[in-house]
Design a protein around this ligand. Structure first.
Ligand code: 3DU
Length: 276
């Protein structure tokens, strides 16, 4: 095992050395770094610092601190990261980010969408609090995304850029600009994009634009999307909230989703291999 600095071989941007312990979820196998991509893709995909191995990200949209910690304790062994957003952080404060970061990678879904200076200030606070990744919107434009990417680089963190969202309202404006937003995310040096599991055909189209950038897809379960369809369409990981934290048995629900992701990854790999 080695620290996150090795990910620079895969990522395009240099990152500072990771200070995490060797078995922290943010570290990755040094062997994987030197294998040709086809030998480990899609089983271990790396962003700048996060390792996407199970392909499952928990959306922790609860507002009660003890419930949040309880869900994470049950689900953490199955997930690559925990995504926190306004519901949890506004109710518990940014301290919850550092608390969760002791046991898992934390991604701040602040959907940052402001002028560059404000974006940068938000990113500073997220990374200072212990986040390893941050989600920003693409629509404020190039300079606003770059402000987040530059701040993330200083912390060896990941930036995921929202393209088309998963809810029906995304068809009003976002869908028509999603390709442009995906291209912009790539140009700005983002680690990946967020694309809708509720519309796998869009995941497929956006994969064609972002190439090797990561695609992480919300909308599985409560919003009607399917984990396997999203992965088959080209997503690297799925984001799941209510279907996990509202489940009677979150650990079992997470294990089931991880196994569905693994099945779809294998099917995709076989399809890919057959096409070669
Ligand atoms: O629908 P769920 O409960 O599985 O939660 C999905 C999470 O993903 C939630 O935190 C939401 O804010 C986030 N998200 C989307 O649902 C859709 C997007 O396009 C981007 C983020």
């Amino acid at each position: 095992m080695q620290g996150c600095e090795g990910t620079a071989l895969i990522s395009r941007l240099p990152v500072p050395p990771c200070t995490h312990a060797p078995f922290h979820p943010c570290t990755l196998s040094s062997t994987a770094l030197f294998l040709p991509k086809k030998h480990f893709y899609p089983y271990i995909m790396t962003l700048f610092t996060m390792k996407l191995s199970s392909g499952l990200v928990l959306a922790l949209d609860v507002t009660d601190r003890s419930r949040a910690l309880d869900v994470v304790a049950k689900v953490a062994p199955h997930v690559d990261a925990v995504k926190v957003g306004y519901p949890l952080v506004l109710s518990c404060g940014t301290g919850i980010i550092g608390e969760l970061a002791k046991s898992t990678c934390v991604v701040c879904d602040f959907k940052v969408a402001d002028i560059p200076n404000t974006n940068r200030l938000i990113a500073v606070e997220a990374f200072k609090a212990g986040a390893k990744g941050i989600i920003c919107h693409a629509f404020p434009g190039r300079d606003s995304i770059i402000a987040v990417v530059e701040e993330a680089k200083k912390h060896g963190g990941d930036v995921l850029v929202v393209t088309e969202m998963s809810h029906p309202g995304a068809l009003d404006f976002m869908a028509g600009k999603a390709e442009q937003m995906a291209r912009l995310a790539k140009d700005c040096g983002a680690s990946g994009i967020i694309a809708p599991a509720t519309r796998p055909e869009r995941v497929k189209a956006l994969r064609g634009i972002v190439g090797e950038l990561q695609i992480i897809s919300p909308g599985v379960g409560a919003q009607g999307g399917s984990a396997s369809q999203a992965i088959l369409a080209g997503a690297d990981a799925i984001i799941v909230g209510r279907s996990l934290y509202e489940s009677q048995d979150p650990a079992e629900a997470a294990a089931r989703l991880v196994s569905e992701v693994a099945g779809a990854r294998n099917a995709r790999k076989e399809k890919g291999d057959a096409a070669q």
